[in-house]
Design a protein around this ligand. Structure first.
Ligand code: G4P
Ligand code: NA
Ligand code: NA
Length: 190
């Protein structure tokens, strides 16, 4: 997606050779026009997949997932990261280990909102090692529902996430694929 790549090139900041900071339009301040274009793009890519719900993880996944759900005319669910005060019996819960943050978090979705007939499009802002998306996919499986696909805004192609998700059998569409962040420069795949 050219508009997104241009935004990354003009506003992204490279930290070390592993992390891309995009606080000016995705992770802190949000560019609504760009999110709208992202929603259009995901909705077009997954138009034939029979999506009934979009699922993301709080907090940075919500903006692109919201625009995608709006375009597909389906609800958006955001999985919660902290432990809920609600009884655990009411929630589908999975653990996700983050290599970036070196910590395990628990993600949960109310059983009320996911059903066996659902075809769920998972959307997230970043794909690194794929552990967040896998945890969401396991929640979809717990509910007896189906993963219709996985939409990623920014994929770090030099990490293992894409391969992990493809091996698990999912369709993965990434709007920007970052091949390298070495020498302080963003290089895209393809
Ligand atoms: P994984 O799911 O692909 O395995 O990724 P990982 O656990 O390593 O990512 C942990 C957090 O770090 C996620 O945000 C993810 O979006 C973010 N992240 C990973 N790599 C980058 C990067 O290069 N740049 C930026 N900006 N973020 C990155 P989170 O903890 O869920 O926080 P939130 O932003 O949703 O609040
Ligand atoms: Na994030
Ligand atoms: Na995220």
């Amino acid at each position: 997606m050219e508009q997104l790549k241009n935004k990354i090139l003009s506003e992204g900041r490279v930290l070390g050779d592993q992390v891309l900071k995009v606080d000016s339009f995705l992770n802190h301040r949000i560019d609504p026009a760009l999110m709208s274009a992202i929603g259009d793009t995901f909705a077009a890519l997954f138009a034939e997949e029979g999506v009934t719900q979009v699922l993301t993880l709080e907090s940075s996944g919500i903006a692109p997932a919201m625009m995608t759900a709006l375009r597909l005319r389906v609800p958006l669910i955001f999985a919660r990261k902290r432990k809920s005060l609600t009884l655990k019996d009411d929630m589908w819960t999975e653990k996700a280990y983050s290599f970036t943050k070196q910590e395990e978090s628990e993600v949960s979705v109310s059983r009320q909102f996911l059903h066996p007939a659902d075809r769920v499009l998972i959307v997230d802002d970043f794909l690194a090692n794929g552990q967040a998306a896998l945890a969401l996919a396991r929640i979809v499986a717990q509910a007896g529902a189906t993963v219709a696909g996985i939409g990623i805004v920014i994929e770090k192609s030099f990490q293992s996430g894409r391969a992990t998700l493809l091996e698990a059998g999912f369709r993965v569409e990434s709007l920007a694929r970052v091949a390298s962040l070495s020498e302080g420069r963003v290089t895209f795949a393809e």
